[in-house]
Ligand binder design. Structure first.
Ligand code: ATP
Length: 343
């Protein structure tokens, strides 16, 4: 599990005047589930396509397993790409689809079939080998695409929004399956997504992209709990950003600070907080949003500024929380949960 699977050095790509990738340095370790997360147009797909060899960098170096592959063709790289639309051959059976790359490489028929069946078993599609792609559900087609990728045992699997076409329930199920599969086969997965929840759920580490650059690389907990920039704080999960006068008044500090809504407790105004490790602010509840399992409170602070707090509905009903609207409250959080981010 040691060693570097992928290393990118000052990687850049321009399309005419557009700088799609504006200098990316990154190391992905062997056996990692690594996600590239960012909004549409932030350059993550372009980085993935350069790693695959479908796009030539304007500048920079790509290494796979310590070897410079920047100038090599896609088939000369030990990687396989799974696309969002799966790109299955409609006229072939599932088994033929999965075995195709082995056939191209001249693997004998018996071995080809045995390996295709093993790959289909890995994605829990035993018995589906004789069907055509059109006779499968979206989730099953997704699994065929994965089996086809796994059959050649590439060192690295590149996945470009592979769950994007699935409905939410299936998507959540596939997230768990995909993570389990990755652990089982031990192949390095590089996963592109714009869905922060998906990236946090599945990854060992995440790189957050913004305007062609990486703003932060870290474990899901690091990215979420210690966002390195205001962009990361607002893109990954929801966050309160306190700055300027509001930060000085509420926190007694200059600069910009991020606090996650679920770290803030909503109390009655009269409840005091004498613990020095705790900060509080009083205000009026402007809005209450009942979310089923939790409630979101939007609170206008005395003296200006607004904070969002999220509370689990442990003992409260929809009627209980609605009664908070317009009332005076005290918000309370551990000081350590207000994280300073660069302005
Ligand atoms: P998405 O989630 O929408 O796929 P992304 O983060 O993957 O977004 P990229 O697809 O890498 O972003 O695109 C980055 C930028 O480069 C965008 O501004 C895009 O319009 C531009 N771009 C990408 N491919 C090309 C191309 N072949 N020709 C011209 N511009 C391109």
């Amino acid at each position: 599990m040691e060693g570097s699977a992928i290393r990118l050095r000052d990687l850049r790509k321009s399309f005419g005047d557009t700088s799609a990738v504006a200098g990316v340095d990154l190391e992905i370790r062997d056996g990692e589930f690594f996600s590239m997360l960012g909004p549409s147009g932030s350059g993550k797909t372009t980085v993935l396509r350069m790693i695959a060899g479908f796009e030539t960098p304007t500048a920079g170096v790509i290494e796979l397993a310590g070897q410079d592959v920047t100038g090599r063709a896609p088939f000369e790289r030990d990687v396989h790409t799974v696309f969002q639309d799966y790109a299955l051959f409609p006229h072939m059976t599932v088994e033929q689809n999965v075995a195709y790359s082995l056939k191209v490489r001249g693997t004998p028929k018996a071995e080809r079939l045995a390996r295709a069946r093993k790959a289909l078993a890995e994605v829990r599609l035993d018995g589906y080998g004789g069907r055509r792609p059109s006779q499968l559900s979206g989730g099953q087609r997704q699994r065929v695409a994965l089996a086809r990728a796994l059959v050649g045992r590439p060192r690295v699997l590149l996945l470009d929004e592979p769950l994007g076409a699935l409905d939410l329930k299936l998507r959540e199920q596939m997230q768990i399956e995909l993570k389990a599969l990755q652990r089982e086969v031990g192949i390095t997965f590089v996963f592109v997504t714009h869905d922060q929840e998906e990236a946090l759920t599945m990854s060992d580490r995440v790189a957050v992209f913004h305007q062609g650059r990486i703003e932060q690389v870290g474990t899901p907990a690091e990215i979420y709990e210690r966002p390195a920039t205001a962009f990361v704080a607002s893109f990954v999960g929801t966050s309160n950003l306190l700055a300027g006068d509001t930060a000085r008044r509420v926190l007694g500090e200059d600069g910009t600070h991020s606090i996650r809504p679920e770290k803030i407790r909503v109390l009655k105004e009269a409840e005091a907080a004498d613990d020095p490790g705790v900060a509080t602010a009083v205000g009026t509840v402007a809005e209450v949003v009942y979310l089923g399992d939790a409630t979101r409170f939007l609170v206008d602070l005395d003296g200006g500024g607004r904070l969002t707090a999220l509370q689990q509905n442990l003992d409260t009903s929809a009627e209980d929380v609605a009664a908070y609207r317009g009332t005076r409250v005290r918000l309370r959080w551990q000081r350590g949960h207000a994280v300073r981010v660069p302005d």
